[in-house]
Design a protein around this ligand. Structure first.
Ligand SMILES: [Zn+2]
Ligand SMILES: [Zn+2]
Length: 347
């Protein structure tokens, strides 16, 4: 079958591989009907994910149809349409039982698909611990509607869930890339008093204003003054940092009011500095991530109820045999791209 594979530092390419087989009673084989490209794929390409293994098929955002299941799988059957979770987790260890599935102690636990084991930029994928890693897509939800459930939408949902948002709050979200917008959609479900999005790209600020007219929008140079002017206690009650830059990390705690919650959703290329003497007395609570993606069934039912819609994020569509071109557009932020849907069929 056709796969898109991490060949070596800086290079992904097409590789023909045999179709995956069941290796464990808890495995399922899924035929990928729709996948996507994530910024984390680019992190692998550029060597900032040391645990990624050259030769591995990349891709960890996908939906598909169950082809076969091992004898220990009870939740899904061949023919089921499913969303695949970016996290692999056993459901039984201490961390899984407490909902911290990102820290699953199983050998495949955490981000394995498309990183340490073959992923979904391929015609088929083997999903370990399929009872945990697959969610059945309701009939009324399309593949495109479900495409981001297992990764960036799970991340936004988790970030909103852990951020202790109340109806009196002013919430600042830094970054309106794909994960930032998914975070915004999930914060909106909490109905805080105000939501402010800070984003450097004018194109993406326009996207937020057009699709979510109730949301206030600012840019990095004006962010601190804007938040101070549009919050009740001199700063944001909750900050979610989804941009992942040195400047945005500093902005996150600077824009927060004393005793705020600052949730760091972003992944950074290098260490960041907390200048504790300057922050003394601000009494902030920091939460840092690694998505615990265990809410996918709940997210799918919110989509079915019309309460979350990520389809406006899909700006481009390609078939798997043209994924090289899709990467070029995604990586270079060309043509107003936000997310690209990759379908399994060729032209
Ligand atoms: Zn991802
Ligand atoms: Zn576990």
């Amino acid at each position: 079958m056709l796969t898109y594979t991490y060949i070596e530092h800086g290079h992904f390419g097409f590789v023909e591989k045999p179709a995956p087989r069941l290796l464990d009673p808890h495995d399922a084989i899924v035929r990928v009907t729709l996948g996507s490209i994530c910024t984390s794929d680019l992190h692998i390409k550029h060597g900032s994910v040391p645990r990624a293994v050259p030769g591995v098929t990349v891709g960890h955002e996908m939906v598909g149809i169950v082809e076969s299941v091992g004898s220990g799988v009870t939740k899904v059957r061949p023919g089921d349409r499913v969303a695949v979770n970016v996290e692999t987790f056993c459901g039984e260890c201490y961390f899984c039982r407490h909902g911290y599935v990102n820290n699953c102690t199983d050998k495949d636990g955490g981000w394995a698909l498309g990183c340490r084991i073959d992923g979904g930029q391929a015609e088929m994928v083997r999903v370990p611990h399929a009872d945990q890693g697959l969610s059945i897509i309701p009939d009324e939800v399309s593949d495109e509607q479900a495409l981001f459930v297992g990764d960036i939408l799970a991340t936004g949902f988790w970030a909103a869930r852990i951020s202790e948002i109340s109806s009196d709050d002013t919430v600042l979200i830094i970054g309106a890339g794909p994960t930032g917008i998914c975070t915004l959609l999930c914060v909106m479900l909490k109905r805080p008093r105000r939501i402010i999005v800070c984003e450097k790209s004018e194109e993406r600020r326009r996207f937020v204003t057009r699709h979510y007219p109730g949301v206030l929008v600012t840019e990095p140079d004006e962010c601190l003054a804007f938040v101070a002017a549009h919050s009740d206690h001199g700063g944001a009650d909750v900050v979610l940092e989804v941009a992942g830059g040195e400047d945005t990390f500093a902005m996150a705690w600077q824009a927060a009011r004393p005793n705020a919650v600052v949730t760091v959703v972003a992944m950074y290329d290098k260490p960041q500095i907390l200048p504790l003497p300057e922050m003394y007395g601000k009494n902030l609570t920091f939460k840092t991530g690694g998505v615990d993606g265990c809410d996918c069934d709940e997210i799918l039912s919110l989509i079915a109820d019309g309460r979350i819609d990520t389809t406006p994020l899909i700006t481009h569509r390609f078939t798997l045999d043209r994924i090289d071109e899709a990467y070029r557009i995604f990586e270079n932020h060309l043509d107003g791209v936000i997310k690209i849907a990759i379908s399994g069929k060729s032209d």
